[in-house]
Design a protein around this ligand. Structure first.
Ligand code: PLP
Length: 427
């Protein structure tokens, strides 16, 4: 059979780039295929180099909440180009994006821009350790906080997809300071904190877990984390790299009404360009250099083009306030999926929060990573490949969430449900 353009590009890429990709899950190994190389994207559609169009529910893994090539974002980027690409000196746009973030997220008094979610969480951990003068941190199994040494323990996303427990190259002595507990398990946190609470610098959590598939927090879980950290002088870090400006304008902390000490952001705040940020209470953030002693820096941090894309994205979200409609559309999708699951008698469960959605191939409720791993992965694989072949672009892993954007029309959702029915009937 004649090779596709994607296949030929992938073969070339594999000779030059490890695994042919610059981020592991993109390689589509767990679903037994090669990645599609993308030509372009527009609105809710993504087009591969073989001329196929797909309805895109990956949205660059979260950032593209306004869809691809949103006119306001593209305009902002084009306009800033006349000023230059990078100065390594302060610009007005950094203040503007900081102000938008601080106005949106109540727990953030001050914010520092970085270039990725990984940098945001890594820096937040350093800050929490410095602030508390303690070394140990608690995270949760299946939560992914980027690929920094400290946080790559029982992690979600690509680590879960490739079924690798940690990573070679990370010293035992570093991992020794990280404790990973089951998500949603108040008892496990209680037991640990009662023994070691005074030596724990921070608890870091995805307030909605989106990197082990979509797993919702039990309402009392996040509140418990807030209370127990407060009573032990431990900081609570919300990793809202995915949920920030996604599940609501103020993130999961607004949705669940929790006040964390430090918040990590990324994805949407860059509007499709590489941006991350960490922010929090003034007395904590003032410890960051040059105001304080905690060193953290970046040659391209606060980059003009990235700031412009972020500002345009947040401003558009602020003025159009699409969150109710996004939720409605996503609920419509998930309710439709649920009905078709029942109708076709398949063992599967769909869920959503805001514009994030997930599907597991089990009829049991999923509340943590251990349960998520009981999903029928062989079935996911045929589901994924069938959906793709019929024009629906989903993340190539059971352990990722799906994203609806403002560019997805009711017709897109209807088409997706029709396709879902066809695929589920044949599974
Ligand atoms: C994507 C993600 C990260 C990592 O962000 P990068 O920009 O890929 O480094 C961290 N935490 C969460 C919750 C994420 O979803």
């Amino acid at each position: 059979m004649k090779k596709t353009n994607s296949e030929m590009l992938y073969e070339r890429a594999c000779k030059l780039i490890p695994g042919g990709v610059n981020s592991p899950v993109r390689a589509c190994r767990s679903v037994g295929t090669y990645p599609l190389f993308i030509e372009r994207a527009e609105g809710s559609r993504i087009y591969d180099v073989d001329g196929h169009a797909y309805i895109d529910y990956v949205g660059s893994w979260g950032p593209m909440i306004l869809g691809h090539r949103h006119p306001q974002v593209i305009d902002a980027v084009e306009n800033v180009l006349s000023r230059g690409l990078s100065f390594g000196a302060p610009i007005d746009l950094e203040i503007e994006l900081a102000q938008l973030i601080i106005d949106a997220v109540p727990s953030i008094d001050m914010v520092r821009m970085v270039n990725s979610g990984t940098e945001a969480t890594m820096s937040a951990i350093r800050l929490a350790r410095a602030f508390t003068n303690r070394d140990t941190i608690i995270k949760f199994d299946g939560c992914y906080h980027g690929h920094a040494d400290t946080l790559l323990v029982d992690a979600g996303s690509g680590v879960a997809t490739l079924a690798i427990p940690g990573s070679p190259g990370i010293p035992e002595s570093i991992v020794a300071h990280t404790i990973s507990l089951p998500y949603n398990d108040i008892q496990a946190v209680e037991t640990l904190m009662s023994k070691k609470g005074k030596s724990i610098a921070a608890i870091i959590v995805e307030p909605v877990a989106g990197n082990m598939g979509l797993v919702l927090p039990k309402p009392e879980f996040l509140k418990y984390l807030r209370d127990i950290t407060k009573s032990h002088g431990t900081l609570l870090i919300f990793d809202e790299v995915m949920t920030g400006f996604r599940v609501s304008y103020g993130g999961a902390q607004e949705l669940y009404n929790i006040d964390p000490d430090i918040t990590c952001l990324g994805k949407i705040i860059g509007g499709g360009l590489p941006v991350g940020a960490y922010g929090g209470k003034k007395h904590i953030m003032e410890m960051v250099a040059p105001q304080g002693q905690v060193y953290q820096a970046g040659t391209l941090s606060g980059n003009p083009v990235a700031m412009a894309a972020g500002i345009a994205t947040l401003k558009t979200l602020h003025t159009t306030n699409p969150y109710a409609e996004l939720s409605k559309k996503t609920e419509h999708l998930v309710q439709g999926m649920t009905q078709l699951i029942t109708k076709t008698g398949k063992k599967a469960t769909a869920s959503c929060v805001g514009s994030m959605f997930g599907l597991f191939f089990t009829d049991q409720p999923i509340t943590n990573f251990k349960e998520a791993k009981t999903s029928n992965l062989a079935m996911f694989k045929s589901y994924y490949t069938s959906m793709l072949s019929l024009g629906i672009y989903l993340a190539p892993s059971q352990f990722e969430a799906g994203f609806v954007s403002t560019a997805h029309s009711d017709e897109d959702i209807a088409t997706t449900l029709t396709t879902f029915q066809t695929v589920m009937e044949k599974l």
